[in-house]
Write a protein that binds this ligand. Sequence first.
Ligand SMILES: [Zn+2]
Length: 74
Amino acid sequence: MLKQDRKEMANAVLKDLSAYKVCAVCGAIVDRSSETCPDCLAYRFIEDENAVSDKALDLAVKPQTALSHLDLEE
Ligand SMILES: [Zn+2]
């Protein structure tokens, strides 16, 4: 994913909050069907939509806090 797509990603998450959850350990936004966090391999998640919404807004403003593994191509 390209760096400039982060806001689009955040918007996509905000439009479909029920499809995502937040990792309780590292705070990454994870697809709800995922069993473990792709970032830290944790298996504890916050499935509250408000938490997902907060994190997506965070992502749009401070992208380095989540999805940092997607920066490896830079
Ligand atoms: Zn995690």
